[in-house]
Write a new protein. Structure first.
Length: 324
């Protein structure tokens, strides 16, 4: 296992280096941030001063070299707009995005696995068909449209839940979150449900497919022949074996929940990283865009490593090459 972790860590470093080059060069080929930052009536001397202060007068290769040197020191550049370290601005917004992603993932897991298992155990019942039809709708409906409908129905028409903002927050055990207060929970529910809808559909379909496959295996038949209760069979024998693909998807989908929460955060005015990156793209604030993308790449690489390790823990038949 140690050799595997070291090998994957080395691969992860290579991926980060390659992605840093792609992201940095790609972002620097789009637009001119100077046009967004200075007065249109500024003279040529003022324009040249701003370009020099931002380091935009250097070749792209030299800019990338300085970016990498500073990145190894924990400095991902300073925001053109705010004049503060880009990493600091992102970290300030990260807790709001992380709690939204975690709450969304909790919704997807809590409802997706039981519904998927039920649909797999009783595939021909009306309830199962309704569940699968609902999962297809979850895949099909665009996130921004669902968000607007949720706001119109639950906030405007019924007045049950607030439509924007994070609400009150509280701190317990050093963690500040809105889920620790009733007002915060009321604010997070709509955006979390909106963000979880697509992932919920994925978990339902995966759980159903896994259940349909596992329920026909010999060890399930033997367990029933031994007189074990259906509840024990599902809890001990079925769930453990269908969790392999589900864990994979959940691990990767958690990264996508963080990365692609921009639409939900914009619709619900959620003060997270997604809202920050949208504003940074609009203002051509390159350091924030590059820093955000690098953090997302790091999250995905880390989650991939964790998922691979969990594979061998959940299923003893899985053997990692070079370790067993």
């Amino acid at each position: 296992m140690t050799a595997f972790i070291l090998r994957r860590s080395l691969q992860s470093i290579i991926v980060l280096l390659v992605m840093s080059l792609i992201v940095f060069v790609g972002v620097n080929l789009v637009g001119d941030p100077v046009d967004m930052l200075i007065n249109p009536e500024a003279d040529q001397l003022e324009i040249e001063r701003v370009i020099r202060d931002l380091g935009l007068d250097r070749p792209v290769a030299e800019q990338y070299w300085y970016f990498m040197v500073n990145a190894f020191q924990g400095d991902l550049g300073r925001s053109f707009v705010f004049g503060e370290p880009a990493l600091k601005l992102i970290i300030q917004r990260m807790p709001a995005t992380m709690e939204l992603a975690l709450f969304s993932l909790l919704i997807a897991i809590s409802f997706g696995i039981p519904l998927g298992v039920y649909a797999g155990l009783k595939p021909h019942s009306k309830i199962s068909r309704t569940i699968m039809a609902g999962s297809i709708l979850g895949f099909s409906m665009p996130t921004f449209w669902v968000g607007i409908i949720l706001i119109m129905f639950f906030s405007v028409h019924l007045g049950w839940l607030p439509s924007t903002g994070r609400g009150d927050v509280a701190t317990y055990f050093g963690i500040t979150s809105s889920i620790f207060t009733l007002d915060g929970l009321s604010h997070i529910f709509l955006p979390a449900f909106n963000l979880a809808l697509f992932k919920l559909s994925s978990v339902i379909r995966l759980a159903r497919a896994g259940t349909r496959e596992v329920i026909l295996q010999d060890y399930i038949k033997f367990a029933r022949a031994k007189g074990l209760s259906e509840t024990r069979i599902i809890r001990v024998h079925l769930l453990k074996n269908i969790m392999i693909p589900i864990v994979t998807v959940i691990g990767l989908e958690f990264g996508s929940l963080i990365a692609f929460s921009t639409v939900t955060e914009t619709v619900f005015a959620w003060p997270g990283m997604g809202k920050l990156i949208i504003d940074a793209i609009y203002n051509l604030d390159r350091p924030i865009v590059v820093a955000y993308l690098m953090i997302i790449v790091l999250i995905f690489v880390t989650l991939n490593l964790i998922v691979d390790i969990l594979y061998s823990v959940l299923d003893p038949r899985v053997r990692i090459k070079g370790v067993s």
